[in-house]
Design a protein around this ligand. Sequence first.
Ligand SMILES: CC(C)(COP(=O)(O)OP(=O)(O)OC[C@H]1O[C@@H](n2cnc3c(N)ncnc32)[C@H](O)[C@@H]1OP(=O)(O)O)[C@@H](O)C(=O)NCCC(=O)NCCS
Length: 366
Amino acid sequence: MENNLISLGLENVVVAQTDLSLVDGQNGLLVYRNHWASDLALNHTFEEVAHLLWYGHLPNAEEAKALHDKLAAQRELPAFVKAALDAIPADTDMMSALRTGVSLLGTEDFAAWPPTLEQVIALTAKVPTLVAYRYARLEGREPLAPRADLGHTANYLYMLKGQEPQAAHVRALDAYLILTQEHGLNASTFAGRVVASTRSDLISSVTAAIGALKGPLHGGAPSEVTEMIEAIGTKENAEPWLRAKLEAGERLMGFGHRVYRTYDPRAKALSTIATGLAGDDPWFALAVHVEEVGLRLLKEFKPNRPLNTNVEFYAAAVMRAIGLPDELFTPSFAVSRTVGWCAHILEAAQGKIIRPQSTYTGIMPE
Ligand SMILES: CC(C)(COP(=O)(O)OP(=O)(O)OC[C@H]1O[C@@H](n2cnc3c(N)ncnc32)[C@H](O)[C@@H]1OP(=O)(O)O)[C@@H](O)C(=O)NCCC(=O)NCCS
């Protein structure tokens, strides 16, 4: 069969209806249900926004406490998962270890179809523990048991750092995690929905999503942003370095987006938070300069494609300001996006199997 309607990368193709979020790329707006994501990031907690996405409304105090308690009760990892994480070679990257850890959770607790909110809560509670467990081991520290008295973000930072986190750091990380909980049909969410559309299970769907998030064109970019800024090193070197990359046909990490044709609203919110945290840190001043030069050069090199700063650029700055190393950037993105993946999987569970077509460009048999 001949099909001439090809959209490479599914650009501009609408494949689902969702009540979860609106990503308005022309105007740089992001809505989670009936709320601006940037307002949620400033005025609510991780758990409250997860409640909004999963249950359809922001919780009252009683509902918020109930969700906190359910998440807190599910944070511990089964012993066999810890043993399996310990068996993964130390040079395996964090995202691969996380993908394997999540996949191991796919026992009978998570087998029922369609997935339930109980499954979603149990998985979301365990993802930060998986990341922190693996990270502590790599650092040669004994992993800390999760603390039920702390909120989702505070407990995550506590397990990562091995000490009580500063309130300002918890607030900043909470804002980042809220701003990245949900974002329409990005590649990882789409991957999760494809698997869910086959009536597979929650864990298989989220494992697929983690595999997609790992890629540097999606969630793997923030650590590449810090590498870029470190390679540039000085303000004077920014223009020649960035120009050389663009002349070589390479991409500048932390810029460009499939949907946004204007400044990514998440980057705007994170830039304000990073400015408050980083103050006059010379690394941050260099990052701001790199952004200015990068935007100017992208206009010069790609005049027909509006390329702006994306969420990854200032995500890197926020993470760095709260003292999280590069290898934790993408796993922390997975901690937050698990909320959106699960919300989409719940939504897609009753839908039609996703099965597009390809055009055969090979040779026909004689
Ligand atoms: C996010 C991204 C994958 C979206 O890509 P896309 O919508 O598929 O856009 P395309 O790959 O079709 O690129 C369109 C044009 O813009 C250019 N472009 C896109 N992003 C660019 C970037 N960051 N630096 C330089 N050029 C870029 C492409 O080279 C292409 O140019 P051409 O038409 O002359 O070949 C892309 O912008 C990118 O690779 N950014 C860098 C990685 C990153 O920061 N990812 C995090 C996303 S939140």
